[in-house]
Design a protein around this ligand. Sequence first.
Ligand SMILES: Nc1ncnc2c1ncn2[C@@H]1O[C@H](COP(=O)(O)OP(=O)(O)O)[C@@H](O)[C@H]1O
Ligand SMILES: [Mg+2]
Length: 104
Amino acid sequence: MADPVIRLSDAHLTLQGNAGPVPILRGLSLQVERGETVGLVGPSGSGKSSLLMLMGGLERATGGLVQAMGQDLTALDEDALARFRLSHMGVVFQSFHLIPTMTA
Ligand SMILES: Nc1ncnc2c1ncn2[C@@H]1O[C@H](COP(=O)(O)OP(=O)(O)O)[C@@H](O)[C@H]1O
Ligand SMILES: [Mg+2]
């Protein structure tokens, strides 16, 4: 059978805050198969955006496994992640991130 599109196993994301490490995602496991449509719901601040950042290769997990299309994203450096996003990921952000001084 084909690799799942996304597979997380015991994924952790801990960020460094001013007052020390902040655990954002603590041991998250999830599998999304080809052709599946998934809705991610939860209260504000529960970690939805952080999870999408991990799955999209925009943020690297600080522990556990994050696989996308069979590729281990935790093993890729910044350049390899950028190439991965270029070929496999489309992200529509909540904010448009346009450059206000430019018209095109
Ligand atoms: N860069 C960051 N540094 C520190 N804490 C962060 C950072 N980004 C998000 N957080 C915290 O992580 C938690 C989850 O945030 P987020 O993934 O944006 O949740 P959601 O998208 O579900 O509203 C929140 O408590 C938020 O304050
Ligand atoms: Mg969010």
